[in-house]
Design a protein. Structure first.
Length: 146
């Protein structure tokens, strides 16, 4: 049960992020989560959107370089220690986290996290055994409608 993440490469100069976000806006693509990492020369914007196929088509047509990566989305309790409940079983089973980013929604008491791990299947199994709810692409879109 994975979610599609778009990783978009941007030149590290003023105006690149606004060009990217404006393109999504003009094509009615809604971002649910975003993470930006940069180096001296370029940045990688990782986004979860409401329609990854449409976003990919728009980005390709506009000449952006991007990739689509399967990631895990999990619901976690929005309270102190909520992340420990997610990270501890993964670490105990030797699953490496490459990166994560979190976001909240209108659902009170819950927060959400995107996990990029070395083994999605193994991580999903471990998380499921530890009562950590995985969110699929469709469910993630529903989170933002409520």
């Amino acid at each position: 049960m994975t979610t599609k993440q778009l990783s978009v490469f941007l030149e590290n100069k003023p105006g690149q992020l606004i060009e990217f976000t404006r393109l999504l806006q003009e094509n009615n693509v809604n971002m649910h989560a975003m993470c930006l990492a940069d180096t001296k020369d370029f940045g990688i914007v990782r986004v979860i959107v409401d329609d990854s196929y449409k976003a990919a088509c728009v980005l390709k047509e506009a000449g952006f370089v991007f990739s689509i990566t399967p990631v895990l989305a999990v619901e976690i309790p929005d309270r102190p220690g909520g992340l420990v409940h997610v990270f501890e079983p993964l670490a105990a089973e030797g699953v490496n986290l490459e990166y994560t980013y979190a976001f909240t929604s209108r659902k009170e008491g819950s927060a959400y996290m995107i996990l990029r791990v070395t083994d999605n299947e193994k991580a999903a199994e471990i998380l499921g055994k530890n009562d950590i709810r995985l969110i699929c692409q469709h469910e993630l879109a529903e989170v933002f409608k409520n």
